[in-house]
Design a binder for this molecule. Structure first.
Ligand code: EPZ
Length: 421
């Protein structure tokens, strides 16, 4: 296992390019199971989770050819089994995304039940309830979801999601593309990654409308065809680097991104005192050397402030001028970073699903441990604004979701290096 060693106190300045979105690439890779034609996916980020998803398809017999610049060609005509093994699923919960496509195209699927993770129990009951409503028989056996359509096509259904679920919406959308008749998803997730998946499915011949709103309608078709699709930029990577620059009172330009998919984050950064400018595919942030102001926020499904940016903004608030509160409404245990930041001298108090904070002028470097993907990124940001040295251990969490994080931060002037633990 590697660790990151950070010497804090440097203002970040410079330009970086944003990679393709992890949370768009994962469902889009799974959607290639819906056709026997070749699909080419472009702008894939170089991340552990992407490798795991490609490995998962590979172990089912799907042929994947990785081209240059991380384009990948996927051909599922050679599929030979319909099982997603626990060894892979336990490392990446998003493996559940193969359930809908497999049921819809092959009528059967066996997926290890994803366990919880550091941020919460993360059940998949809404995914399973929707598949049942579309005609699948689902049973649980030895920690596996065993699903079957008894040789029939899935049937379109009216699916009302009790809770807004991103991968739940994506699983149903994919299953519905080849189902018989119409599926309407109410209380659907509106995240940009759901929209990206819908655009990809439409490019494959799916009949989908309403993506990006709370009601998505899919009319099943006989088959989907091949094609090529470029993954959208990663809005969470974008927001993470903007916050890192803001925390160090620096100036940054993020390129190859999309400014109109993280408006809630940009407006909170302006409230913190950042000067933000946007172009067609770039964003600049400039703190003019000023300490950020405290900003209260509440996470919620898109277009509200994203839960995946909560830990990073907590690091910004930890060294801000003033006090406030951060409320997490999506996951039940997404404050693991708080205790580590307090060990660095932050003043953060957890009260239920809210953190009450009072900004301090600077943090003190310390050895800290990463627990989940976004918490790890927030500890790196805390290290960047600490006096002395911070060591972030167990950074395999980071490598799941951030492409070459230390190289990109070094490009911005950070004193950070990766060492074997
Ligand atoms: C997706 O996870 C993202 N992952 C997460 O990003 C993100 O934090 C989350 O959406 C919320 O935006 C991917 O897209 C691969 P949910 P997902 O289903 O789909 C409850 C990251 O850091 N729920 O929208 O698993 C659930 O417990 C990761 O990149 C049920 O109760 O999240 C949670 O409280 C972390 N039953 C809420 O809904 C279900 O069947 C939202 O979860 C499904 C979800």
């Amino acid at each position: 296992m590697d660790k990151l060693v950070i010497q804090g106190g440097t203002q970040l300045n410079g330009e970086i390019r944003i990679a393709g979105a992890k949370n768009s690439a994962l469902p889009i890779i799974a959607s290639t199971l819906l056709t026997s034609d070749v699909i080419e996916i472009g702008n894939l980020p170089h991340l552990f989770d992407i490798t795991t998803m490609l490995e998962l398809l590979g172990c089912m017999g799907v042929e994947t050819v990785v081209g240059e610049k991380l384009n990948v060609q996927i051909n599922s005509s050679s599929i030979r089994n319909f099982s997603a093994p626990y060894e892979l699923v336990k490392t990446m919960r998003a493996s559940i995304l193969v359930l809908g496509p497999m049921l819809s195209r092959f009528g059967e699927a066996e997926v290890a039940l994803p366990g919880g993770c550091a941020i919460g129990s993360r059940p998949v009951n809404l995914h399973l309830a929707a598949m049942k409503k579309m005609g699948a028989q689902i049973k649980m056996e030895n920690g596996y979801i065993k699903a079957n359509t008894r040789g029939k096509r899935l049937k379109g259904a009216h699916i009302l999601m009790d809770i807004v679920t991103v991968t739940g919406t994506e699983n149903v959308m994919m299953a519905a593309t080849l189902a018989e008749g119409q599926t309407i998803i109410e209380n659907a997730a509106r995240e940009p990654e759901v929209v990206d998946l819908a655009h990809c499915l439409r490019a494959m011949g799916a009949d989908i409308s309403g993506e990006g709103t709370a009601t998505i309608t899919i009319n099943g078709v006989e088959r989907l065809h091949g094609g090529s699709y470029p993954i959208m930029p990663d809005r969470i990577e974008t927001g993470t680097y903007l916050i890192a620059a803001a925390a160090t009172r620096g100036r940054i330009k993020v390129k190859d991104t999309r400014p109109n998919i993280l408006e809630a984050v940009l407006s909170k950064l302006e409230e913190a005192g950042a000067q933000i400018e946007i172009g067609p595919n770039w964003i600049t942030l400039d703190m003019h050397g000023q300490r950020p102001k405290a900003v209260s926020l509440t996470t919620a499904p898109y277009p509200a402030f994203p839960t995946d940016m909560q830990a990073q903004f907590t690091a910004l608030n930890a060294i801000s001028e003033g006090s406030g509160s951060i409320t997490e409404t999506v996951f039940e245990n997404r404050f693991m970073h708080v205790h580590e930041m307090n060990r660095m001298g932050a003043d953060l108090r957890v009260e239920g699903n809210t953190v009450i904070f009072r900004g301090v002028a600077a943090l003190k470097g310390a050895p800290v441990m990463a627990t989940d993907l976004r918490a790890s990124a927030s500890l790196v940001i805390a290290g960047l604004v600490s006096e002395s040295e911070t060591t972030v251990d167990r950074i395999y969490h980071i490598d799941r979701g951030y492409e070459c994080i230390e190289e990109k931060l070094q490009l911005l002037g950070a004193k950070i290096r990766r060492l074997p633990s």
